[in-house]
Design a protein. Structure first.
Length: 325
């Protein structure tokens, strides 16, 4: 017979039924009890003194009292264990982490849109110098975007009111998204926005002290980093991208068209030469695939291409990629 594995607090249906019958009749046969060996294992049945082939039940009240006493003993043991662990770790907690100044972890994971935004808001509330932000097209549509935009508006204005500045990098395609450009115009203070064809995933660096970056592709997790080496790396990367970017706000700088090829088409041409599919190109440049294909078709027409293979050759021969940057 297969033994049913479970705890006494979760009696199996055959065991519960047999124990109830034993309580009602006073005893059951050992043969019947074989259907639920857990009853003897847990001490709910014991052999009758006058007939070893029969089992008598321990009264339910007595069984419950014994089991509760056993549970209380285990709880007391756990509490004593907690006390020992607390005593052991107390000096270690006081020692802290040398990379954090004593009481702030260098890395912390946040889960869920609201907790993530609350963590960013809390960090921004302590800031007074500068916020650096990189924003790709991901996360700027749908419910998550609306929650984030509402939370960002108030905290951005609050830090600008304290005299800090905001520098933000967006993809060029995002300047046509109302929630993005409209958000810039509603803010008052020292805010500057520049654009790139491609950006890394989202990054926020606050006062060169704390950074937030995605920890899951769907945006459900964010990593909060406070390690000085990481913060320096993020800020340096931002500055290098900033120098390559084109002003979008408060002044808009139009990038020049070269030999009939628009800046957008130049960016697409570079990815075509690398062999990327239409879907990858659209994802990298923050546009839908239909728009990407329209630009590819216009590029092919401008260069006089009849096929995808010929288009790559003509792009290389035209020299338009030499004009980038």
């Amino acid at each position: 017979m297969t033994r049913c594995e479970h705890g006494v607090e979760d009696l199996c249906p055959p065991g519960l039924k047999l124990y109830e019958r034993a309580l009602r009749t006073g005893r059951i046969s050992a043969e019947d009890a074989a259907e639920a060996p857990c009853l003897t294992d847990f001490g709910l049945l014991h052999p009758a003194l006058d007939d070893l082939d029969r089992l008598e039940p321990v009264p339910a009240a007595a069984a419950l009292h014994r089991l509760l006493r056993s549970s209380a003993s285990r709880i007391a043991d756990e509490r004593r264990r907690e006390e020992r662990l607390t005593e052991q770790f107390e000096p270690l907690l006081r020692a802290g982490d040398p990379g954090t100044g004593g009481d702030t972890p260098t890395l912390r994971l946040h889960s869920g849109t609201k907790p993530i935004n609350q963590a960013i808001t809390d960090a921004m509330a302590e800031a007074s110098r500068e916020v650096l932000c990189i924003q790709s097209h991901a996360g700027l549509t749908g419910p998550r975007a609306r929650i984030a935009a509402a939370a960002a508006r108030d905290r951005d204005q609050a830090i600008l009111d304290r005299g800090a500045r905001i520098r933000a990098l967006y993809q060029h395609t995002l300047r046509h998204v109302p929630v993005v450009y409209g958000g810039f115009e509603r803010l008052r203070g020292d805010i500057e926005v520049r654009g790139l064809d491609e950006t890394p995933d989202r990054l926020i660096v606050i006062d060169h002290a704390v950074a937030f970056l995605p920890a899951a592709a769907d945006g459900s997790l964010a990593l909060e980093a406070r390690h000085p080496a990481l913060i320096k790396y993020f800020a340096t990367t931002f500055d290098r991208l900033w120098r390559l970017a084109t002003p979008l706000y408060p002044t808009l700088e139009h990038r020049p068209t070269v030999n009939g090829i628009t800046p957008r088409q130049q960016a697409i041409a570079a990815l075509l030469v690398e062999g990327h599919t239409d879907a990858v190109i659209a994802e990298r440049l923050g546009m839908n695939i239909r728009t990407a294909r329209v630009h590819i078709a216009k590029l092919a027409t401008t260069l006089g291409s009849d096929s995808r293979a010929q288009l790559g050759y003509l792009i290389g021969r035209s020299g338009i990629l030499d004009q980038e940057g």
